[in-house]
Ligand binder design. Sequence first.
Ligand SMILES: [Zn+2]
Ligand SMILES: [Zn+2]
Length: 335
Amino acid sequence: MRGCGRAGKVRGVGARCYWLLALIGAVLVAGCSGRHDTVADRAFATAGAGPYVVVLGTAQDGGQPQAGTPPGPAWSPERRRYVTSLAIVDPVTRERWLFEATPDFREQLHALDRLAPSAAGVPGLTAIFVTHAHVGHYTGLLHLGREVIGARRVPVYAMPRMRAFLSAHGPWDQLVRLENIVLRELADGVTIRLNERVSVTPFRVPHRDEYSETVGFRISGPARTVIFLPDIDKWERWDEQGTRIEDVVRDADVAYLDATFYRDGEVPGRAMSEIPHPFIVETMLRFARAPASERAKIRFIHFNRTNPVAFPSAERSAVERAGFRVANMLEVVPL
Ligand SMILES: [Zn+2]
Ligand SMILES: [Zn+2]
């Protein structure tokens, strides 16, 4: 059986390891109801000293529930989902890196503070990485500005068009001018070493690039590699550019993949061809013949309000029965 530690430096994560992760996830999710301090203590005790990825949000850009949702059960606190975001935590150096600055930045920074408090003041982020200029992925940067935190020189890693966009348009340009943030370069396929144990490599993907390029991230630690790919057009468009999602998943241990929609036609009154994403049913089909160990690496994330997989449902059960996973708030993946 494959181990969980450094000695178990393997592509697949063993069953024992997943039991441990499931336990951590269950404890952490239970903590959402209010027992945060105990939960954070347990998380550190269980996760040990290794760096890890933690999920801070799973919803599509509009969050859950979205603006305009009529009063009803969708507004109950247990149905709330923050916009898709991850963090890397290194408990040894006490560094924290945030992936995406979402409209739920306030709550997500708070969740991170409870899980892994920073010794480096506010916001206590070593850097922020952003995938692209759609509303759910960068607008939380405003919390770093003069009206809120008034941060000092928080590094924000972004691709060239994204940096130009932030530098040239208000209100983002004020963050740059006042040095609340400092923009740092990302380049397609160029690895950035975060510290001795963790590195991040951006890779470009096809998406609606109105204001910026779009990237996914490959996050590598001492034992594991995690893919973060919250937004992409259809897999076939990536195929045309020479990259197959199957190969990307094969070379990783865990892959958080765009699961905006479950299937065609789920958004009434909208032409879904204008907002292309790989439907979950399409991703499941592509991996239907893959080994179960490959399907088990995939964790769906970035759920639109219409996606039934975000909550207990027949569709979610079908996804899990087929061997795929669904990302949960505060789940931890040791790197
Ligand atoms: Zn998005
Ligand atoms: Zn997008």
